[in-house]
Design a protein around this ligand. Structure first.
Ligand SMILES: Cc1cn([C@H]2C[C@H](O)[C@@H](COP(=O)(O)OP(=O)(O)O[C@H]3O[C@H](C)C(=O)[C@H](O)[C@H]3O)O2)c(=O)[nH]c1=O
Length: 190
């Protein structure tokens, strides 16, 4: 497993090793031993799996606030996505800055999105499946969102459908970053 920091140092890019042979390949996609060895002391308690039929489906930008804030370990197991994390910690020197990473069934890469960061993705193919681990349980009362197309963040989502991405009503009505609550504070580099 190769573990690298992204341009947002707390957001990590993980690339599991694939053992190829005449049949195909094998890969350990998660190992608590590898995570502990890398100093990543997160207890994962919930696995999520979403399916998005249409290319250009955008889910995000989401977070869960305390006491149910979630770290997420995201991978794409069918098709491809552009996965995005945004620093949402008040007082962070990188507040509002974003990073994107192409995750696909083909590249097998994963993105670790810590608590305090907004998470979202747009699908780059039809029939996309995304699977991700969370470090706390779903808590709808703590669920929050920020506008995916907030010019104050300026995420480059790549080529979107002419009529705009496929969005949930929740995401259509999300606030701009400047109007959103500040549930997280920067506590220095982890
Ligand atoms: C997130 C979640 C949802 N649900 C139920 C609630 C709704 O009835 C249905 C769809 O939920 P939602 O529209 O919030 O799903 P997404 O738009 O994919 O939201 C997720 O997408 C972004 C990318 C994230 O990072 C979060 O994990 C999460 O916010 O699943 C559950 O039962 N458990 C859960 O953990």
């Amino acid at each position: 497993m190769l573990i690298e920091a992204s341009t947002l140092p707390e957001v990590l890019i993980l690339t599991p090793r694939r053992f190829g042979d005449a049949r195909g390949w094998f890969s350990e996609t998660f190992s608590a031993r590898v995570m502990a060895g890398a100093g990543i002391g997160i207890d994962w308690v919930q696995d999520n799996h979403s399916f998005s039929a249409v290319q250009g489906t955008l889910r995000g930008l989401h977070y869960q606030s305390h006491p149910h804030a979630q770290d997420k370990l995201v991978r794409c197991t069918r098709g491809a996505i552009l996965d995005v994390a945004v620093d949402f910690r008040a007082g962070s020197p990188r507040f509002g800055q974003w990073v994107s990473q192409r995750l696909s069934a083909e590249n097998g890469q994963q993105l670790l999105v810590p608590k305090g960061f907004l998470h979202g993705f747009v699908t780059l193919s039809p029939d996309v499946e995304v699977q991700y681990k969370c470090s706390d349980f779903y808590a709808p009362d703590c669920d929050g969102a920020v506008r995916w197309d907030d010019p104050g963040i300026g995420i480059d989502w790549g080529d979107l459908p002419e009529g705009g991405p496929v969005l949930s009503d929740k995401d259509k009505g999300a606030p701009l970053l400047k109007d959103a609550p500040r549930p997280f504070r920067y506590e220095g580099m982890k």
